[in-house]
Ligand binder design. Structure first.
Ligand code: PMP
Ligand code: GLN
Length: 379
């Protein structure tokens, strides 16, 4: 049997969701909302289908949608990007990331990856014959150790991947981080892949430090987004990639032979729905309330909350409770407490275990209450 990914098993999200079903657990593991999405948006998809938008969309994405995205970027980040040559609509954020890596990487290239890292990054690097170079974010703040980044750059460093707001930790990059990143890549040909799928899920009035705000970074970047996160429809698998025209041209060469184009009626609906700015501008506040409510509920449990500034994840330390490793502990929690979580070691190449679990709070109040109650009864 041929295997290109000998180290890879089944993704932790599937493993934990499966266990949650088997044990009838409250699922705060895999990140997805359990409340309904906006009915107006689903109506728009229906309308698009009825109006005959059922054939292939343009390979680059439905043009009115790309135009709306460009307008939004102008408004939010004060950056002018071309709908024609710098935005490509993709079937999801993961696909955009994978395509970005595949566009650039050749065997022998090195890619700097900060850990914990979203679990699709490393396999995507390895499938392209490149080598991840790992740097641990400094626990418990999960800050980027910039000096170490400088030390790990070699002549083979081809890319740096960043992710803000960050999955799984909920940390966010500051303006100072972006300045550091800029100074690291200056005078190199390093390309940046920026995973910004949680751009609107950021709390406490902290501004999202998008690459799109920094022209000198944008000129060497792929910036990846997901509508699944923004509009509570993770099952739609719809996203986009913003990159300068020369980079986008290469990205599209790969994209056209992989899926060619993304779902048409959903793109038509999104093009219309993007005019309702409140829908994405209110998202941070909406989830901040959930974070605060969940943190308050979790005070009744022995788990210790780490800071969460963005994403829809809240990490908790249980180091003071047991020495058990986080995978075994998470499995025991599903079986014995009836709550599914994600062990954060799953996001490290060496399974670094700080005894931290990630819980998703994009859930109805009753779901959060039920999970906290189960955890407070757990011995
Ligand atoms: N990056 C991160 C950090 C994520 O959490 C997700 C969510 N699954 C994605 C990318 C991918 O988004 P999508 O579901 O649109 O592929
Ligand atoms: N991004 C989601 C999470 O982190 C899950 C996506 C997936 O299941 N691949 O939980």
């Amino acid at each position: 049997i041929i295997t290109k990914l000998p180290q890879v098993g089944t993704t932790i999200f599937t493993v934990m969701s499966q266990l949650a079903v088997e044990h009838n657990a409250v699922n705060l593991g895999q990140g997805f909302p359990d409340f309904p999405m906006d009915g107006q948006l689903t109506d728009l998809v229906n309308k698009a289908m009825k109006n005959g938008y059922n054939q292939y969309a343009h390979m680059h994405g439905y043009l009115p949608l790309r135009e709306k995205i460009a307008e939004k970027i102008q408004k939010l980040y004060n950056t002018s990007v071309s709908a024609d040559s710098e935005i490509t609509v993709t079937p999801g954020g993961t696909y955009a990331l994978y395509t970005a890596l595949t566009t650039v990487l050749v065997p022998g290239d090195e890619v700097i990856v900060f850990e914990p890292a979203y679990d699709s990054y490393v396999p995507a690097i390895e499938l392209n014959g490149a080598k991840p170079v790992f740097i641990s974010l400094k626990y418990p703040e999960y800050a980027v150790p910039w000096e170490e980044v400088r030390n790990k750059i070699t002549s083979r460093t081809r890319m740096i991947m960043i992710n803000t707001p960050h999955n799984p930790t909920g940390s966010v990059l500051s303006e100072e981080d972006m300045v550091q990143l800029q100074s690291v890549v200056e005078d190199t040909n390093i390309i940046i892949v920026s995973d910004e799928v949680y751009e609107h899920l950021i709390f406490d009035n902290i501004p999202h430090q998008s690459i799109l705000r920094f022209p000198r970074l944008l000129e060497r970047s792929f910036v990846c987004f997901s509508f699944g996160k923004t509009y509570h429809c993770t099952g739609w698998k719809m996203g986009y990639c913003v990159a300068p025209a020369d980079i986008t041209a290469e990205f599209r060469k790969v994209h056209q032979f992989n899926c060619f184009s993304a779902n048409t009626p959903v793109q038509v609906a999104l093009a219309e729905f993007l005019q309702y700015e409140e829908a994405y501008l209110s998202l941070g506040q909406f989830l901040q309330h959930k974070r605060d409510y969940f943190q308050q509920l979790m005070m009744q449990t022995p788990f210790k909350a780490l800071p969460s500034y963005g994403s829809y994840f809240q990490c908790f330390s249980y180091a003071h409770l047991t020495d058990e490793n986080d995978r075994l502990f998470a499995e025991r929690l599903v079986k014995e407490a009836g709550v599914a979580t994600i062990p954060v070691s799953a996001f490290y190449s060496n399974a670094e275990d700080n005894k931290v679990l990630r819980l998703c709070f994009a859930k109805k109040a009753t779901t959060l209450e039920s999970a906290a109650k189960r955890l407070s009864n757990f011995k």
